[in-house]
Design a protein around this ligand. Structure first.
Ligand SMILES: [Zn+2]
Length: 312
């Protein structure tokens, strides 16, 4: 059967179709396109046109049977809400209360559409792919200019009031930041929340360099210990509150591979033996790289679409 995935990003939309075999559970990705994010009607029209064209080319008698959409947020995931399927209070021009699901539903009225955040959906995909073994609860973190935290507990993405916004948790200042007087975070809402202290902008600000020059910092730069402290605080909270079995760290900041070891060590230190299942011996299998890398969003979209099929 043919399924579609749509990853809505602030700069581009990634749209892809795949064949899915319900029996073998094999996903065979067929084609992908990238569409610039302009206005909502123009962008969504291009998504729809591409999907319709691909459906014609690939269907062999079968139409698209399920569509998954993984979107930047905040989004409305409450099916009883009049703005379900919308991107809501984003500062992104034109996208404030943009109806994403509705625009695609209009073109594919018979097709079930699964909708989630661009971090919840990858959390679902990382779990469903089996890459991390037989685990049922996982957090997916992406860190760049923003910090997104997706949570899937007992194989279900966490929605609740809306969806987790773990990038904005309050965090204790790193000792080095206290010493240096770096106590003004970059978050316009909270100043020193996790995002305000550990996103790319905060790293650049500490070093007095441009965002683009972060990649030129040396691995030995002590700033990485400071950065690791903040992600370790997040991981510690995720273990304690979500009782997650695996935490996947991805996004631009985690291109810096030395961070994984630093975050693992700092997390073990913060937990200090309190959670017996998290120790220096186990942590490598609990704080990990993404299986899908840059494809995490689109794979997330596919896997929530698959969940919709398997629900039937
Ligand atoms: Zn914040």
């Amino acid at each position: 059967m043919l399924i579609a995935g749509v990853e809505c990003g602030g700069t581009t939309f990634k749209v892809s179709i795949a064949g899915y075999d319900k029996v073998s559970k094999k996903l065979d990705r067929l084609e992908t396109t990238i569409i610039d994010t302009t206005t909502p009607p123009e962008t969504i029209n291009k998504v729809v046109e591409w999907l319709q064209q691909k459906q014609e080319e690939h269907k062999k008698g079968d139409p698209i049977v399920s569509i998954g959409i993984a979107s930047f947020g905040p989004v409305d995931l409450d099916k009883s809400s009049p703005t379900y399927g919308y991107i809501t209070t984003t500062p992104k021009p034109n996208w404030h209360y943009a109806d994403v699901v509705g625009g695609i539903k209009k073109a594919f009225p018979e097709v079930p559409i699964a909708f989630d955040t661009d971090v919840n959906a990858p959390a679902v995909a990382e779990l469903a792919s089996g890459h991390h073994g037989n685990v049922k609860s996982l957090a997916y973190i992406t860190a760049g200019t923003g910090i997104g935290v997706g949570l899937s507990l007992d194989l279900r993405p966490v929605h609740g009031m809306m969806h987790p916004e773990g990038g904005h948790i309050p965090v204790p200042l790193a000792p080095q930041d206290v010493k240096d007087g770096f106590t003004q975070g970059t978050c316009p809402y909270h100043g020193c929340c996790l995002e305000g202290l550990a996103n790319g902008i905060a790293i650049a600000k500490r070093k007095n360099i441009s965002f683009g020059d972060i990649k030129n910092l040396e691995d030995a730069d002590p700033v990485w210990d400071t950065v690791a402290h903040y992600y370790a605080v997040l991981c510690t909270n995720l273990f304690l509150i979500g009782s997650v079995e695996v935490i996947v760290l991805g996004g631009g900041i985690f291109q810096r591979k030395i961070l994984y070891e630093k975050v693992r060590n700092a997390t073990v230190k913060l937990l200090n033996g309190y959670v017996s299942k998290v120790s220096a011996d186990t942590i490598k299998g609990q704080i990990k790289d993404s299986e899908f890398g840059a494809d995490a969003g689109i794979m997330g979209a596919f896997y929530i679409a698959i969940n919709n099929i398997n629900k039937d």
